[in-house]
Design a protein around this ligand. Sequence first.
Ligand SMILES: *Cc1c(COP(=O)(O)O)cnc(C)c1O
Length: 384
Amino acid sequence: MIPYGKQSIDQQDIDAVINVLKSDWLTQGPKVPEFEQAVADYTGCKHAIAVNSATSALHIACLALGVKHGDSVWTSPISFVASSNCALYCGARVDFVDIESSTGNMCVIELERKLVHAKKTGQLPKVIIPVHLAGQSCNMKRIHELSLEYAFSIIEDASHAIGAKYQGDPIGNCTYSDITVFSFHPVKIITSAEGGMATTNDSSLARKMQLLRSHGITTVDTEMTEPSHGPWYYQQVSLGYNYRMTDLHAALGLSQLQKIDTFVAKRHQLASLYNDLLNDTLVTPLNQANDTYSAYHLFVVQLKIPCKIKHHKLVTQLREKNIIGHVHYIPIHLQPFYQEMGFKLGDFPNAESYYQCAVSLPLFPNLTEIELEHICSTLKKLLN
Ligand SMILES: *Cc1c(COP(=O)(O)O)cnc(C)c1O
């Protein structure tokens, strides 16, 4: 069976975790700050805050930006549900901006149209969360320009995109956003088993997120309302959570980070082989903009319309042949929980047609060229 994604773990990763198990700290030791510093250095960002998942990172990013009841947050309907749930955790309303069909990313023309309308009705969003689908950056320059005109904050959901570049610079440097969020779930580019990270250049946002990930508790004198009672003393100054990353997870993440460029280069090599072998077939890979370098978390193809074989049947038949194709994503607004809030079929037509024709083919660093050729020839047979 060929899965659609899989982690690559070597002896160095295993040793890194075992060393933590033999050390004095399993959590809140030296590995978490080391991993944070390494991600800050790698992305060229001032601060990195490690947490137990990207979902937690999205939640505290929204809170740090002041998202609350009465606010509205916009994201892409073609994403994992965590991209929009984070706003609901804060009591805010969610809305979506339809995608650009060729890349699956938030469409900036549609975004502008929606902002113009929202300004007239007094319903501008507080935060917009563009999602770098499959590892390719959204048009961040344009989204940033619009944020200046319409006064919203930006959280990049870069769960797919650590190791990617935009206009030559690393995703996560926050040139065009307030906060960037990464996921280290095993199917993503690098893994800490479970884990996430938020990067920012704003020290006040960074401090807020540090407090929020650990109960809202501070041990810093200047953040307290009265002099310390002694060396045991701490104060809870806001309502936070236990979203901390452990040292075991951080050690694994840190070890994986050393291999990130090799992983992404391997993903590119395989993607380009897919492009060659699937040229002149009834599927089209996602378009790659010329100012992006994808992390290639996913290799997505879209069935050309009209195609004889139905999307659903294609994915099912690939699976019958032990090739685990996948579909990213079921449009969030069509989930029953979101339909209960009033969203319905027809609200975001590009996202809905995308869902009818997108297939994620297996892609991970240890996928062999022989496996990839087998996937392509199987796919071709099914298409014809
Ligand atoms: C994986 C993913 C998340 C959630 O990541 P976790 O680390 O599993 O919480 C959020 N957004 C997107 C786009 C993702 O792919």
